[in-house]
Design a protein around this ligand. Sequence first.
Ligand code: N01
Length: 541
Amino acid sequence: MSEPASAAIKADYDAVVVGAGFAGLYMIHKLRSLGLSVLAFEAGSGVGGTWFWNRYPGARCDVYSLEYSYSFDEALQREWVWTERYPAQAEILRYIEHVADRFDLRRDIRFNTRVASAHYNEPANLWRVETEAGEAVTARFCIMASGALSAPRKPDFAGLDDFAGTWYHTGHWPHEPVDFTGQTVAVIGTGSSGIQVTPMVAQQAKRLFVFQRTPNFSIPAWNHPLPDHVQDAWKRDAAQLRAKAKATKSGALYEYGQRGAFEVSEEERQREFDARWARGGANFTHAFNDLFKDRAANDLAADYVRGKIREIVKDPAIAAKLTPTDHAIGTKRICVDTDYYATFNRENVTLVDARETPITRITQAGIETSGGHYAVDSIVFATGYDAVTGALTRIDIRGRGGVSLAEKWQDGPKTYLGLMVAGFPNLFTITGPGSPSILTNVVMAIEQHVEWVGDCLTYMARNAATTIEAEPKAEEDWVNHVREVAEATLHVQANSWYMGANIPGKPRVMLPYVGGLGVYTGICNDIAADGYRGFAMARAG
Ligand code: N01
């Protein structure tokens, strides 16, 4: 189906990579190892992507550090020493910087450079990538490693420009330390970011107002230093443990309950929830195998956490306000915290119900709600992201016939495997919509995509193919499959960012693939083994 490529115009590079976070860095390394020339563009002044920008106090990953790291290089795995069970942002960034140095990746990255557009030049079979500064390069392949949670949702409150204090977004935190000592501060938003930043700000600020529109479920992290013997044992068995993790649903070694919640007695269920609460983290939502499918089963887990909130929060009225009732536990990203609920026992912390009394505008002195005015010195917006698709649709990406990706996706993203889009030849999306991406330990999802793309490019070279493109029928079937798998779960009922529900006007579509990383990897491998079924390949004419 593809037109023959013209050899008349030579590309500046074999590949352009957009982004230098976990995905972009491994992609650069992979492309180089295939003998391809590569240039990466990165908006930040350093590597790290999400972990470069999210410097807010309390920022920490909720996947174990030993698992939230690359597995592709044995020596890298052995030499890096993690200090805590869950890694803090600064430690993850140090690790990513170490990776960039170790594999000498920076020389192919242009920093402080945001990509404005990527246009496919059909006769030449090249991508022309232009930066906001107007610099343009051409490449045979364009690989978007632009992240799933990298397009912060800009606060759109009326009056923000009038605010005389300082405001921050958790996803775009300053590099200089921010000191809230002696200040009255507002945190707006109670998702994973808000839940992490709140206890930290509460310790510093004179007074803290937390504006909550929708309460979330959170499980304690019980973070602690990582004992040497745990780290040593992991490193000894890393190959085997990594293979095991990649075969799971979440790409992480959670203990996946094998029984339904009603298959055990009430006492056993209680013991299971108690044990998981005591161990902490996202493992909690895997207690039973039907928690994401059966609302009654899910209610049991949700009720357990609701009970914990009532135990922790001393004022019953505040506990009630902090208790989620609008969604099944886990169908919005489960939060993992350190002292979040207990923070509302502090004298200097006030919970403001932003559903009962919505924020109407920001004033010069603070925040106006329908219930009154709150004078504050600083505002922390923890209001989230235009997730999964935002980083892609914010770039003017145009494929065949000048069709824009944003237009093609106006009713929801359409991809084949979350990797390619019909009409956009030689454009790959790492952890794109329709792939497991952020529903898993994303580093494992990234590695799987990068390796699949690497194998694909090798196959193309061997077969003298110059163009690969998703076939429209394969794309349509995949989109339907992604939807059907999602519809069999409770995920589709929640107003989550997974469903695009946090962005006004965004189509309501489950963005990541719920089928699980292990299953998905099998599908991708089968398709590749079957001569890249569903992809059209063309040779130079
Ligand atoms: O963003 P969110 P996030 N008035 O979209 C509220 C990952 N992550 O940055 O629910 C008042 O979850 C909004 O309220 P509502 C993780 O995958 C991981 O916290 O729309 N409130 C919500 O409470 C996570 O899921 C880690 O009613 C407003 C909040 O802002 C993802 O990133 C740490 C509002 C946004 O929550 C995103 O998390 C941090 C308004 N006008 C992030 N507009 C870890 O690994 C929005 N809100 C631990």
